[in-house]
Ligand binder design. Structure first.
Ligand code: FAD
Length: 117
């Protein structure tokens, strides 16, 4: 049981990192296609998330709070909000979403410049 909880937490930390970093890298002004892609990604992420109990709960959250994908800031704020719902459920500290700005950096901010130079 202890081992399972440890692995579930490790998976969660990795998954949240990917999710929040994806939001931090999402365009400020996405095309309709980009917005749709992120929305589909989030629904599929919730559906296919490997921890079944988590997936079920998270799908319920998405039903109540549909993903906001019209801009980087709205997507990042939405992800922070839903992560806080999970934090709340687990009795974990609530993250201040005003601090989300520079928190998630993939070290790939210069991707486009590098591709040109
Ligand atoms: P995590 O919650 O994993 O967070 C990692 C780091 O992200 C934190 O240390 C902090 O720096 C930062 N952070 C914290 N809150 C926020 C926020 N709101 N916005 C941005 N960054 C933040 N576990 C269960 O036991 N039951 C579940 O039902 C469950 N559902 C889950 C659903 C999903 C979609 C995911 C991705 C994970 C779920 N988990 C669930 C795992 C759980 O959320 C945690 O990942 C796990 O308990 C480890 O917690 P942690 O304290 O290390 O920090």
């Amino acid at each position: 049981k202890l081992g399972n909880e440890t692995l579930k937490a490790e998976l969660g930390r990795a998954a949240w990192k990917v999710l929040h970093t994806t939001m931090a890298r999402f365009p400020d002004k996405p095309t309709q296609d980009e917005s749709d892609a992120l929305k589909q990604y989030l629904y599929l992420f919730a559906r296919l998330y490997p921890c079944g109990e988590c997936a079920e709960h998270f799908q319920g959250i998405l039903k109540k709070y549909p993903p906001q994908t019209s801009s980087r800031s709205s997507a990042a704020a939405w992800a922070c909000f839903v992560h806080n719902l999970v934090n709340e459920r687990k009795g974990k500290p609530i993250f201040d979403c005003a601090n989300i700005g520079d928190f998630y950096d993939c070290g790939c901010a210069d991707d486009e410049k590098e591709a040109i130079s």
